[in-house]
Design a protein around this ligand. Structure first.
Ligand SMILES: [Zn+2]
Length: 502
């Protein structure tokens, strides 16, 4: 690849020296890498020149937490708390997994929408029960390779029976329903670790931008020996130990019911709060939990939109930051969010924390949100040396936005426009590892129209089968509703619900 020179652009580098404070300059890209940033840079005679006047160049956004498995379920559900929504989006009684071609299209669709809306890196906690299948994981990698996105991809693991991962479930669920959920012996830690090792040797590092990460689903859904083995391997391979902790009040109650302590304290006591630990949600954490998290240097993927959609509550973001926790932003899956747009999460996260209290000096700033969406997200993915800011030596993962567009008209403060005004409509060019993957409103890597046509053609039959599956699983809804009712009625000394109680 030859050089690309972006000249005279407004640059929001998100590096340590500038943060979100914009400056005017050139960016020289050599192959996959940023070679230099500064005024009046010289380039090779055959360099491609991009005129940057009137344009903003910023790092590509990082989606710190998503699940490609939900991509066909956008616009499908509403008015359901997590425990009930899971019944339908991740049914207890399952059909055969989605076929090979639909699996490819589903993954590709997520990558396409993400790139179009400025996400150059995402962390896909890929959930594909009942098995961990290397061929299927490889299909997901192939989709991301074809789309041109940077990704961390897991194969989400759990080995505790659903009824033992929920408070009150064994007493609330009638025996005849419990009998439907006997799926045989759970996966052993050794079997999952073997699988992960094969994923590392065959898929990790593909195309120089696709990584495998380790994702035990949640501490109540995984045995302690499985999580310990996962952490050892994650530390050994320098990848995240990506998990879900304290998304809902029911989960907060779960920790106390199962272990007599919060799930964060439980993780701490097992030695599982580490630099590698990336926690999705962290809504129902106590002050003591946050102290432990900060001390351990964990990071959190904050899913502001998903948490609202599922009524989970509002994460104590200011207190997490004060405790020293690194935050990134995640959409969560496309079913609990309905889009994969990080710009939407930025706006909601920028707004929702202002109702945390009247002390407006503690409200989250646009600069902080922008850092979460870029360099903070990169850190949650353990990719901060690769992406998340524009600096010489880092990958050329960047966006070029048109400053002559409505969200910037007229221009006041770049970070505030990006958080409160921009929705992705100003993006002209998206580059991943120096390769232009979107330009002039079109993805350059895939035939978008053909893919969208194929999805529109093939997916309705799959959704009809899924509707039938939903009907079969509805038998469990009264039980989940009762668990939710009991758990949310408990006083645990923390309240992350806000606003009126009507
Ligand atoms: Zn999740």
């Amino acid at each position: 690849m030859s050089e690309i020179l972006i000249r005279n652009a407004t640059i929001a580098a998100m590096d340590a020296a500038h943060g979100a404070r914009p400056f005017t300059g050139d960016i020289l890209i050599d192959g996959a890498t940023i070679k230099a940033i500064g005024p009046a840079l010289a380039a090779a005679p055959d360099a491609r020149i991009i005129e940057g006047r009137g344009k903003l160049v910023m790092p590509g956004l990082v989606n710190a937490h998503t699940h490609s498995s939900e991509t066909f379920f956008r616009g499908r559900y509403e008015r359901m708390p997590l425990e009930i929504w899971l019944l339908y989006a991740y049914p207890l009684l399952m059909n055969d997994p989605v076929g090979e071609r639909l699996l490819y299209l589903r993954s590709l669709l997520l990558a396409m929408e993400s790139l179009r809306t400025g996400v150059t890196t995402f962390c896909d906690d890929f959930f594909d029960p009942p098995r961990h299948d290397l061929d299927r994981l490889s299909t997901v990698f192939r989709a991301y390779d074809d789309a041109g996105i940077r990704a961390n991809v897991s194969s989400a693991a759990m080995n505790v029976h659903t009824l033992d991962a929920l408070p009150f479930a064994r007493e609330v669920m009638p025996a005849e329903l419990q009998a439907l959920l006997d799926f045989g012996p759970p996966m052993t830690a050794a079997a999952y670790i073997d699988y992960c090792k094969s994923a590392f040797s065959s898929l990790h590092g593909r195309a120089g931008r696709l990584n495998f990460m380790i994702a035990p689903s949640a501490p109540q859904r995984c045995s302690a020996d499985l999580m310990a083995a996962c952490m050892d391997l994650a530390v050994d391979r320098h990848v995240p130990f990506h998990t879900h902790i304290l998304e809902t009040k029911t989960q907060a109650v779960t920790g106390h019911e199962l272990h007599g302590k919060s799930l964060i304290a439980y993780m701490h006591d097992l030695g599982l709060l580490r630099r590698n630990t990336t926690i999705a949600h962290s809504v129902w954490v106590s002050d003591e939990d946050m102290r432990l998290m900060g001390e351990a240097g964990v990071s959190v993927a904050h899913n502001a939109v998903s948490n609202l959609k599922l009524g989970a509550g509002i994460a104590p973001v200011r207190r997490l930051l004060d405790a020293g926790v690194t935050l990134g932003l995640g959409t969560d899956g496309v079913s609990s969010n309905d889009t994969s747009r990080i710009f939407d999460v930025m706006r909601v996260a920028g707004l929702v924390h202002s109702v945390a209290g009247p002390d407006y000096r503690k409200w989250v700033t646009a600069d902080e949100i922008l850092a979460m969406a870029t360099i903070g997200g990169a850190r949650t993915a353990m990719l901060e040396h690769v992406t998340g800011s524009l600096e010489p030596g880092k990958a050329a993962d960047l966006l070029i936005l048109d400053l002559r567009n409505y969200p910037f008209m007229p221009l006041n403060d770049v970070a505030k426009h990006l958080v409160y005004s921009e929705n992705g409509s100003s993006i002209e060019t998206v580059m991943v590892a120096g390769r232009i993957v979107m330009q002039d409103g079109r993805l350059t890597t895939v035939d978008e129209q053909a893919i969208l046509d194929e999805i529109a053609e093939c997916v309705p039959a799959h959704l009809a089968e899924h509707a039938e599956l939903e009907r079969r699983n509805a038998v469990f809804e009264p039980v989940m509703a009762e668990i939710h009712r009991r758990a949310t009625a408990k006083d645990i000394g923390i309240n992350r619900y806000q606003g009126s109680t009507v």
